[in-house]
Design a protein around this ligand. Structure first.
Ligand code: ADP
Ligand code: ZN
Ligand code: ZN
Length: 744
């Protein structure tokens, strides 16, 4: 017998409260998670509508007391049922409780106060605004917030009050001051919370070049033929104009009366990017981001449901925007790690978007200059349709890249973090009043050990990933648990310059300022962007050429367009190569390529200096040549050889506990269970996680490789069931991560 858990009212508070009903024989193949059904409810047995959220074989009450479902609701295509179906898909494919999955896809629905909406509208003409602006900035000690606000209003025409005092961080006294001067008008109405609005839309569109037009036509032709459920990979080099392709496809989607979701990594969701969409589509667009309040986000989702907007731009979670007539999902920078959720269900936005698109007969467009190895493999196999933009727009050249071997620098007695070549180049740009970006690759600094004389990195003999330092003198592998002593001298060359690499952006800033005292230097990293607008302010001041040199971590390489930058220095390109994770070559290639792609985006050509200890590594060489396909060939060969994704799928099981022996005991029990149940299962571990202990909680990992994803699901199901029944290690927690994006 099968039973259905049913909720009566879809609201976040009530998702926990489900009622169990029997699924009658004749409805067995019609009732599934997401179905809307008719059920008898309450004492009188009134027939009402409910949503099936889960299906089980175990009755929660006496079977006689469980009432049967009466039937399937007619016309049940409510958006909620679609999202519940998606939640069920996520639970199955990624492992979580149904409740966790539902809470991920159903927008927060608590009673929200209705808000009065205030909009600030610029009353000055374009010319007058410019005159006032010039007058404002000509004062020696002008107010930065005033300048910022006037500039934003000139850009957008009007802005919501909340956006100005919230996102932009400008005080209301400045708005009032503008009103007193007669520059603006403050308009009030009762409405949804709208984070931003723009009055002048349909700004003059750029004319697509031949490559861009070809990519758009490929998609639109499919749509014209009624073939609307495809996944496309738009692989276009940095500066090739991918965003314009998205714009065209969005326009076409709206023309067909459908709606669209555009995913952008949170870090790239800046004023500059968002404005491009607003300028083109005006109030048909909304955004969500993590800085918005739940009420604001809820309102944006309501606007989508009611058809008030047709395009939603946002990070991963925007994928669940409740559009009823979804036509397209665009995922920009599809290779980004932030598309993978870090909490259960640990879904990947790419696969989940494809699943949602299939339910809506919609298309998915994945865009990147450095596609993930997974996506490119699928494109090669014909599973995704490949669209290519091989050249930068307006015949701009790709940047010229030079590799500097840091071992040679040490040998020649240069111990500075800046190589001689880079020093000369910086000097030159400062003289020419051009801008410089210095990128310090800080990814994957998990305590690996390398030799400064020869560049050798100590790796696991079994897994080909770097070993990490534990407790000062032990090196460990996070995949298989292999352990060895930390060597005092380099096993390759005998040099005693062996150890961890230490240099932060702050250190780099000090060095650069000391060496170039007249240069204006800004730094962007976790420390300087802590405030709500820190990161936006730094980018904006650099874009306005208020600084000559921008120093930063991976934050500065994401999608920003600074036309005056003609030199990019990559200080330690191979840093990320040494992460104890099989993705490290891919991450390195992506970071170098994206960083290099910041150079020469304007009229002047760009140069890139790549400093590295591993000048021969294929990911460094391929990135220097901006040669994705060559990188891909070598990387996929390595993945196939080692059976890493996408050659095989991988399931990571993490067991945690404050009691180390319990964590280990539980992990061992899981490995034993799996080995006893399944033939030829390839289970590795348990071993210590990359972060073996976090906040006093011990972490043990098990990895399973398997070509067939369905088999991995059955392993997960088996472990889930065991966890439900087992009482032995009650103080442990266990979670699943399918095709993990980073080491643990
Ligand atoms: P990508 O996202 O591929 O790095 P963008 O879409 O940001 O590239 O485009 C880079 C720059 O080129 C932008 O300033 C954009 O406005 C401009 N651009 C894009 N397409 C065209 C075109 N067809 N003609 C002129 N300029 C274009
Ligand atoms: Zn050495
Ligand atoms: Zn190993």
């Amino acid at each position: 017998m099968k039973f259905a858990d049913i909720v009566i009212d879809i609201s976040l508070e009530k998702l926990d409260k489900t009622f169990q009903y029997l699924i009658p024989e004749n409805l067995l193949d019609k009732v599934h998670p997401g179905s809307q059904v008719i059920i008898p409810f309450g004492k009188g047995g009134r027939q009402i509508k409910g949503f099936v959220v889960d299906i089980s074989q175990e009755p929660k009450l006496d079977v006689d007391k469980i009432k049967p479902i009466s039937g399937i609701a007619k016309d049940s295509i409510a958006i909620e049922s679609q999202l519940i179906e998606l939640a069920a898909w996520m639970k199955r494919n990624y492992g979580s409780t149904m409740n966790q999955a539902l809470k991920t896809v159903i927008p927060i629905k608590k009673k929200q106060s209705i808000k009065e909406k205030k909009t600030v509208v610029l009353k000055l003409s374009k010319e007058m605004a410019q005159v006032e602006f010039n007058a404002l900035v000509s004062r020696a000690r002008h107010s930065i917030p005033k300048k910022k606000l006037l500039e934003a209003l000139m850009d957008a025409g009007q802005l919501s009050w909340d956006y100005i005092v919230g996102d932009m961080g400008i005080s209301s006294s400045i708005i009032r001051d503008f009103a007193d001067r007669g520059w603006i008008e403050i308009v009030s109405e009762r409405a949804y919370r709208n984070p931003i609005s723009v009055s002048h839309t349909n700004e003059e569109n750029v004319v697509l070049n031949a490559d861009q037009a070809k990519a758009c036509d490929a998609v639109i032709n499919d749509w014209n033929l009624g073939d609307t459920n495809n996944t496309y990979l738009l692989y276009g080099v940095t500066g090739s104009g991918k965003t314009e392709v998205y714009m065209k496809l969005l326009e076409e989607t709206l023309r067909r009366g459908k709606s669209a979701i555009v995913l952008i990594p949170e870090i790239a969701l800046t004023y500059q990017t968002v404005n491009r969409f607003y300028n083109r589509f005006g109030n048909q667009v909304s955004i969500i981001n993590s800085r918005m309040t739940p009420a604001e986000r809820f309102d944006q989702f309501e606007r989508a449901k009611t058809g008030d907007i047709s395009i939603m731009v946002g990070p991963r979670s925007a994928l669940f925007t409740p559009f009823t007539n979804l036509g397209i999902i665009i995922i920009d920078e599809e290779h980004e790690g932030s598309y993978k959720s870090e909490v259960a269900p640990r879904y990947h936005a790419r696969e989940t978007a494809i699943a949602r698109a299939a339910m809506n007969d919609a298309s998915v467009v994945l865009g990147s200059a450095t596609p993930s190895v997974e996506s490119f493999t699928r494109a090669q196999a014909g599973e995704y349709k490949l669209l290519k933009l091989d050249n930068r727009v307006m015949d701009r050249p790709m940047p010229q890249c030079d590799i500097v071997d840091l071992r040679d620098e040490l040998m020649s007695g240069n111990r500075s973090i800046l190589s001689r070549k880079l020093q000369v180049a910086i000097e030159d740009r400062l003289n020419k009043k051009e801008q410089v970006m210095l990128f310090l690759n800080r990814r994957g600094l998990m305590g690996f050990i390398s030799c400064r004389a020869c560049g050798h990195v100590i790796k696991c003999p079994h897994c080909d990933v770097s070993l990490s330092l534990h407790g000062g003198n032990k090196l460990k592998c996070h995949y298989c648990g292999y352990e060895t002593a930390n060597p005092k001298v380099c096993p390759e060359c005998g040099s005693k310059y062996i150890g961890g690499f230490k240099a932060g952006t702050q250190k780099v800033e000090e060095i650069v300022k000391a060496q170039y005292p007249s240069a204006r230097v800004v730094r962007m990293d976790m420390d300087t962007t802590r405030g709500k607008h820190g990161h936006e302010d730094i980018l904006k001041s650099f874009a306005n050429h208020e600084a000559d040199i921008l120093i930063g971590t991976q934050m500065i390489v994401k999608g920003h367009d600074f036309p005056e930058v003609t030199l990019v220095g990559i200080l330690a390109a191979d840093m990320s190569l040494n992460a104890s994770d099989f993705h490290c070559a891919e991450r390195t290639f992506q970071l170098i390529t994206q960083a290099a792609g910041r150079a020469g985006r304007g009229d002047k050509a760009g140069n890139v200096v790549i400093q590295t200890y591993q000048p021969d590594n294929y990911s460094v060489v391929a990135a220097a040549n901006q040669d994705y396909e060559n990188f891909y060939k070598q990387e996929i060969a390595y993945r196939r050889l080692m059976d890493y994704p996408p050659a095989a799928h991988m399931l990571l099981i993490l067991v945690t506990s404050e009691n180390e022996s319990h964590a280990l005991g539980q992990a061992n029990a899981i490995v034993a269970l799996l080995n006893n149940t399944f033939d030829r299962i390839r289970c590795m571990g348990p071993s210590d996680a990359g972060i073996a202990k976090l906040n006093d909680v011990y972490r043990k990992v098990i990895y399973i490789k398997e070509r067939d994803y369905e088999k991995l699901i059955s392993y997960k199901d088996k472990v889930e069931k065991y966890l439900l029944d087992s009482r032995e290690y009650a103080d442990t927690a266990t979670w699943f991560d399918f095709d993990p994006m980073s080491g643990f």
